[in-house]
Design a protein around this ligand. Structure first.
Ligand SMILES: *Cc1c(COP(=O)(O)O)cnc(C)c1O
Length: 370
């Protein structure tokens, strides 16, 4: 998963129909997903647990009744009602559903893009903000996090807000890939200082138990992103944008009418009706995260950062990240090598919290490699 620029492309050589391809698209490389068949998959922040057998039958029973010959309900009111109940979404907050929160990020950017407009992001952060900003015609300004603590550089962000007047600011709360949960009051000050829209991405809120949802009514320029992906339903592709009816009605004009398919609507509603099961899995993951961080901190040459999400970022000895990644890969364990993706992530790797057994296998393999 990277959006590195490909410098080898000769732009002047684009003739014939290739002339029409937007140069900024030509310069990107597609989001790369590594093959993971047969591997212990700890690279993509998935929930490692499936549903118990006892739930599969009633779920399949619901799927049997689905009319695949009919278009889905474009508004998905039942699913929205379930989300409202499970998340505790206040009555004055509206919901817009997306095919994953990635799609909602794209909708927001399509609605606000324009010549010479800027999106502002702290970096390193979720790579899709920059990738989608570039494909929707934005200029993307990244403000580096503070080295080593990965805290926000609040002064630099306030300066950048005044200087660039960004149309959109994305704040991942907690942040991917650092796992940091930044100061909520200081984020709120940034939101008040922002001239445009502020998107608070709460993809990992279940693992941090922190949210801006109850404060949403206080700031008309703030919207919140949620997703079911990290909760255990990555395969369904369901994200939700929460915000004022005014903003969401504008984004809704860009949404393709049937973006949430019938199988996702029925399955997500079913899963949310059994939310206590997901909560129990989350509690297990949070417990395993503490153990994993403790284990990694005990390794002499590894530095692991605290995490409010379902992954842990750690730094390998200088120049060793690729060898460690490859060594783990040979032991059939897939994590994410972030070294080289941003100056602040030199020698860094990210591991998703798996089952206690998977984490243990990872830890034992890693300890033999450092
Ligand atoms: C994983 C992730 C998402 C992507 O969510 P989807 O709903 O699967 O598209 C969004 N934001 C952040 C910060 C993430 O880490």
């Amino acid at each position: 998963m990277s959006c590195r620029r490909v410098h080898s492309v000769k732009r002047e050589a684009l003739t014939g129909p290739w002339y029409w391809l937007r140069p900024e698209i030509r310069e990107l490389s597609a989001y790369h997903v590594p093959k993971a068949k047969g591997l212990i998959k700890l690279d993509a922040m998935e929930n490692p647990y499936r549903w118990p057998q006892a739930l599969l039958e009633p779920w399949l029973e619901e799927l049997r009744r689905v009319e695949l010959n009919r278009y889905p309900d474009p508004e998905a009111p039942e699913l929205k009602a379930c989300l409202r109940a499970v998340y505790g979404i206040p009555g004055d907050v509206s919901i817009l559903l997306g095919n994953g929160s990635d799609e909602l990020i794209q909708l927001i950017l399509l609605a606000l893009s324009g010549r010479d407009r800027v999106i502002l992001i702290p970096e390193p952060t979720f790579v899709m903000y920059r990738l989608l900003a570039l494909t929707t015609g934005f200029r993307c300004v990244g403000v580096p996090l503070q080295a080593d603590t990965f805290d926000l550089d609040y002064d630099a962000l306030h300066d950048a807000i005044a200087r660039y007047r960004p149309a959109v600011i994305f704040i991942a709360y907690p942040n991917n890939p650092t796992g940091s949960l930044w100061d909520a009051d200081k984020i709120w000050e940034l939101a008040h200082a922002a001239p445009g829209l502020v998107v608070i991405d709460e993809a990992y809120t279940a693992f941090s138990r922190a949210s801006f949802l109850q404060r949403l009514g206080e700031a008309p320029n703030v919207v919140i992103l949620r997703t079911l992906s990290k909760l255990g339903l990555a395969g369904l592709r369901l994200g939700a944008l929460l915000g004022s009816a005014e903003w969401l009605a504008e984004f809704d004009k860009l949404r393709l009418p049937y973006n949430i398919n019938v199988l996702t609507q029925v399955s997500a509603r079913f899963a949310l009706e059994h939310y206590s099961l997901l909560e129990a899995q989350i509690a297990q993951i949070v417990q395993a995260r503490a153990q994993l961080i403790q284990d990694l901190s005990g390794l002499e040459h590894i530095h692991a950062w605290p995490s409010a999400a379902n992954f842990v970022l750690f730094r390998a000895p200088r120049g060793r990240a690729a060898a460690i990644f490859d060594g783990l890969r040979s032991a059939r364990i897939l994590i994410k090598n972030l070294s080289g993706s941003h100056a602040l992530l030199e020698d860094c790797l990210r591991v998703t919290v798996g089952t206690p057994e998977e984490n243990d296998t990872f830890y034992r393999s890693l300890s033999m490699l450092v």
